[in-house]
Unconditional design. Structure first.
Length: 284
């Protein structure tokens, strides 16, 4: 019988963040992996892009995550790191609904391991608006759960010259709103999506970290490396009326990133046949 190796216990793990994500990530990973977590002190994650627009993110989320981990480890002398990267916008299938697309990556240079998890969800207060009156300002603040969730004020949508971030009290918001409106007749307001100013996003980071832990505990049956996860799905679940294959998933394909061993798990959604309403033959 193969003995499962312990890749992480007793090691130092760098959490690459400047926005207090360690508050939810560190307790989970220390308990699950037996690591000691440390927070990045010297690496400025904002150099790779900011939500508020001062620095545009040049790369996709995965590339940005990899840069966070690798550059953070190189700068601070670690060989094990974790980071998250969030994107916000319209949900790809739920039209006109805002979504949080959150990725998390663990990089282990010692064992040549890179493991990624993702959550795409509607649990977000991501929003922005141009406001002209105090009534509109108050309505926006109520909508996005202010003051538990912070906001950003700008004097223009683009090419702004004034920006105020991390606002979490009414007096400051009203004072800065008056200052901007006096000069420009309107004010641009948006949610501050940095984790330390957005408890809703912080919860999503907690949830995606938990998914990462589950994936780390899923080991390859051949080489026992962590991260044995789903890489694809196979359609063809049979219709329970005509027995013809449908487009619904009949199996998930698992693969090891280390030795490339693959296995197939049938009926991952808990059903062995599909309703005729989803059958192209019964319901063309």
């Amino acid at each position: 019988m193969k003995t499962k190796p312990d890749f992480f216990s007793g090691r130092r793990l760098l959490i690459v963040t400047k926005h207090q994500k360690e508050e939810v990530i560190a307790p989970l990973l220390e308990k699950a992996l037996g690591v000691s977590c440390f927070v990045s002190k010297d690496f400025d994650t904002d150099s790779l892009g900011t939500f508020s627009g001062e620095i545009a993110r040049k790369d996709d989320a995965i590339t940005t995550l990899r840069k966070k981990c690798l550059e953070g480890m190189q700068l601070e002398g670690f060989d094990l790191a974790v980071a998250t990267e969030g994107s916000f916008g319209n949900h790809p299938t739920v039209f006109f609904a805002p979504a949080n697309d959150e990725f998390i990556m663990l990089v282990d240079k010692k064992n040549n391991i890179e493991i990624i998890e993702r959550i795409l969800c509607l649990e977000t207060n991501y929003d922005s608006s141009e406001v002209f009156t105090k009534e509109e300002l108050k309505a926006f603040l109520d909508k996005i759960q202010f003051p538990s969730h912070g906001i950003i004020l700008k004097n223009a949508l683009e090419n702004w010259t004034k920006i105020y971030k991390g606002l979490t009290d009414y007096d400051s918001v009203e004072k800065l709103y008056d200052e901007i409106v006096t000069a420009t007749n309107s004010c641009y307001i948006e949610t501050d999506m940095r984790a330390l100013f957005n408890p809703t996003r912080m919860k999503v980071i907690h949830d995606v970290c938990f998914k990462l832990i589950n994936k780390l505990h899923s080991v390859c049956p051949e080489c026992l490396f962590p991260g044995f996860g789903v890489v694809g799905a196979q359609a063809g679940l049979l219709c329970n009326s005509c027995s013809m294959p449908t487009r619904s998933t009949s199996a998930n394909i698992y693969q090891c990133k280390h030795c490339h061993y693959e296995s197939k798990v049938l009926y991952p959604n808990g059903k062995e046949s599909e309703d005729p309403m989803y059958c192209d033959f019964c319901n063309p």
